[in-house]
Design a protein around this ligand. Sequence first.
Ligand code: NAP
Length: 381
Amino acid sequence: MIRVVVAGSTGSIGRQTLEVIAAEPDRYEVVALSAGASVEAIVAQARAVRPRVVAVADVEARREVAAALDGVEVVDDVAPVCAEADVVVNGVVGFAGLAVTVATLAAGRRLALANKESLIAAGPVVQPLRATPGAELIPMDSEHSALHQCLRSSVDASREVSRLVLTASGGPFRGRSGEELASVTVEEALAHPTWSMGPKITVDSSTLMNKGLEVIEAHELFGVDYDDIEVVVHPQSVVHSMVEFSDGSTIAQLSMPDMRLPIAYALAWPERSSVPFGRIDWASLGSLEFDAPDRATFRCLDLAYAAGRAGGTAPAVLSAANEVAVEAFLAGRIAWSAIPEVATSVLDEHAVHPPTSVEDVIEADRSAREAASSWLASRGC
Ligand SMILES: NC(=O)c1ccc[n+]([C@@H]2O[C@H](COP(=O)([O-])OP(=O)(O)OC[C@H]3O[C@@H](n4cnc5c(N)ncnc54)[C@H](OP(=O)(O)O)[C@@H]3O)[C@@H](O)[C@H]2O)c1
């Protein structure tokens, strides 16, 4: 049995992870679940999968969960339990996922990473942890899972890869002009054409910040230069990404948009899941289109490239400022078009330096949140 910790089990990734696990009950055993504050959801999950530990971040919610569950240890933080697992799924949203990423790799366990923000913000600190004996990092983001699968065909990736091509659906606002985007609503931003995801990543997809963060994630995961990572818009979300090799050959990974496939891939690695997800009916698939992203209208993409190239604390600052801006947009406090403005302003003001510890990264995150909040306050938001 593969022992699994599911951090962020009540979210979109977490729920789909439990579906994958339920599809192969003889293969997986759930050791721990965790959530922020969703009482009912995590109590129902715990009753269904009977983990040893349940972690709940919010104090009041934790009390309610403890009162509702018998025979389960209810704690505040899942990070210390990560060492008990063979594989830890990090499905927490945002910078809050950092502790799970660090604890899993430091304990020499396999990290199935959906929480891209932790790798993006803390790349210089996370990278050395990947060398811990037993530690492995298998991406769950569909694009990076695709790249991971394509790279399996390579004998020596450092010599043979000429570029990584990340596909982007283009989100709900593909093809719209800056003028048309000035007054879009939260509801419109949350109406993703091909993927059903949590609200933060869905808004990030609408601004192309998600794709920009994924460029940084790809650089951190695979060690490829920013000049050799490209983004192409592919509205059908069937080609999840591709690798071009030195001989001109391109290998792509295709499946219907279904996150359970990259989740199952990371759980079962190095084997393959025996249950199929996202199988393609080729006869009815229709055409697949590819186009260049509109970088002038969707400025977050180039902003992320710039932060990635700057390195050091810049990606942490970009990610934190973006989190604050997206929260403000979701709460109706700022316009959608203000999201890149907040991120640009905070990044411009920041003096980039190399973080050498988790504390350095936490400080960069804290100061960027403070700067983003000041930006909002100065405009009465
Ligand atoms: N959804 C997708 O298809 C998808 C695809 C690729 C990558 N990702 C990445 O996967 C991550 C999760 O995305 P999602 O869409 O699943 O998000 P989501 O639906 O919003 O779920 C987030 C999860 O994190 C938990 N959480 C929030 N704050 C927490 C805290 N302070 N401490 C501990 N747990 C906390 C939430 O608990 P509560 O329910 O209690 O709030 C929930 O379980 C993100 O980094 C995202 O970029 C997602």
